[in-house]
Unconditional design. Structure first.
Length: 159
């Protein structure tokens, strides 16, 4: 009986090792680290977002096109709350690729200092299919900086 239990235990370990080798997440779910949305955004786009959060009225769309990437954006702030020195704005960005495919980013921006925003994604991006490209008037990029002037990894999805 002990020999049978030992052989079954060895067989299970071999199967487990084989399964983990082919698919590391097959039996155990390991944390993958933070997820991000909007990694395609460039520095100029992040500046537009910050400027919109500083200036846009609630439920007033802000639109721009990144002439270099060909992406178009439409941002709308849905709610603004200010309490105890912190401003929180929930907003959505519709992103339209040059090919016309679009996705929606649901984001939350919080600010405790004027013109400084911490932005996280409320949920993963939602693919919406093809969208009509907008006829936009060229606008200048707002003068601003963001904390990472190198590669922008996107907005972290909040847990």
């Amino acid at each position: 009986m002990k020999r049978l239990v030992l052989m079954l235990a060895i067989a299970m370990l071999i199967m487990l090792a084989g399964g983990c080798k082919n698919n590391p997440n097959a039996f155990i779910q390991f944390p993958q680290g933070p997820e991000y949305v909007g990694a395609y955004l460039e520095t100029t786009d992040v500046r537009h977002i910050g400027y919109a959060l500083n200036t846009a009225a609630t439920r007033t769309p802000v639109k721009w096109e990144n002439r270099e990437s060909g992406y178009q954006y439409s941002l709308m702030v849905f709610t603004t709350d200010a309490a105890m020195g912190t401003t929180t704005r929930k907003f959505t960005i519709l992103t339209i690729e040059p090919s016309g495919y679009a996705e929606v980013l649901n984001l939350i921006g919080t600010s405790t200092q004027k013109n400084i925003w911490n932005i996280v994604a409320e949920t993963p991006a939602s693919y919406v299919g093809k969208a009509a490209r907008m006829e936009l008037v060229s606008t200048s990029t707002p003068k601003a900086t963001h904390s990472n002037d190198q590669h922008f990894p996107g907005f972290m999805i909040a847990d």
